[in-house]
Design a protein around this ligand. Structure first.
Ligand code: NAD
Length: 282
């Protein structure tokens, strides 16, 4: 099946952060298949290069740029290169993000004795770990937007797509920082949509449910490949009783980027979750 459902993004320049990763690598390939020139940004140069190479091998136009979404200088350097090599940015996908084990509690519920126990309770959470996660997800969306959305002002049909998560609607146990940071992304998506509404830049987000990627595979599967207890809980809370396939985000991705399809849509966060966010558990 074609990844891009026949959507035409030719003539557009798309900048995708975190594009060396599983979900955003696929976003980059899908947008390239739809005809856009794609700037593949990632901290991991090799991963970004691989995605760009795959796009070029499939007949698309892409270039990889080693970029840290947390460093303004790195973003500015990449912006100058993208402008010279591909052109001004029409589409920005803020995909770089994720959690960090230093910002997690060991257990779901706090119990008497946990302060003394050899576990990470709420009281032991590492401030630097929490800051890392807030920065990666929130500042890592805000800074690229400051740098690349300037290209969009006074040009028509430009869009920004942020990546939120299920934990933004209702926090998941054990991951307070990641949940709070993604809630901030959903909130920022609405704020930015309103702020940019008079200059025609649409800003939306998708909120993926559970997809197996590099960042969560250790939480979801044991070393021998068997599912963890958390996987059992996730699947029990997902009415469709399975993980999502990355390709299943494509329809929402293309809908939100396509001005003909979603020209009056701005400030929304669309769940793609097999029913997770609709299900009360009863
Ligand atoms: P991933 O780990 O495969 O990809 C994340 C990419 O971001 C990696 O290639 C990494 O090198 C890059 N990155 C990390 N820090 C960076 C930095 N400072 N600057 C530039 N790049 C950096 O993870 P993924 O699951 O594909 O995640 C993509 C997005 O989707 C993230 O925002 C994540 O929070 C979100 N998300 C994932 C799921 C899921 O189930 N996998 C669910 C909801 C939301």
């Amino acid at each position: 099946m074609s990844l891009s459902f026949g959507t035409d993004l030719s003539g557009k320049v798309a900048v995708v952060t975190g594009a060396g990763g599983v979900l955003c690598g696929m976003f980059a390939k899908t947008i390239a298949e739809a005809g856009a020139k794609v700037a593949v940004l990632d901290l991991n140069e090799e991963a970004a290069g691989k995605v760009a190479d795959e796009i070029v091998a499939a007949g698309g136009i892409a270039k990889a740029y080693k970029t840290n979404v947390l460093e303004r200088a790195s973003l500015e350097e990449t912006h100058a290169k993208v402008l010279a090599e591909l052109g001004p940015c029409d589409i920005l996908i803020n995909g770089a993000g994720g959690n960090n084990a230093r910002a997690n509690t060991t257990k779901e519920y706090f119990e008497i004795g946990d302060i003394e126990a050899d576990t990470v309770s709420f009281f032991d959470l590492d401030q630097s770990g929490v800051e890392f996660v807030f920065n990666l997800n929130f500042i890592g969306t805000l800074l690229p937007t400051q740098i690349f959305a300037k290209d969009m002002v006074e040009r028509k049909g430009c869009t920004i797509l942020n990546v939120s998560s299920m934990n933004a609607f209702t926090p998941l146990t054990k991951i307070p920082a990641y949940s709070g940071a993604k809630a901030a992304i959903s909130n920022f998506t609405q704020w930015l949509a309103v702020h940019f509404s008079k200059v025609g830049i649409r800003v939306n987000a998708m909120a993926p449910g559970f997809f197996v990627t590099k960042q969560n595979e250790k939480l979801l599967f044991n070393e021998d490949g068997t599912p963890t207890e958390r996987t059992a809980k996730i699947l029990a809370a997902t009415p469709m009783e399975r993980f999502g396939e990355a390709e299943e985000l494509n329809g929402t991705l293309l809908y939100l980027l396509n001005n003909e399809a979603s020209g009056f849509v701005t400030g929304v966060v669309i769940p793609v979750d097999g029913g997770f966010s609709a299900y009360s558990g009863v």
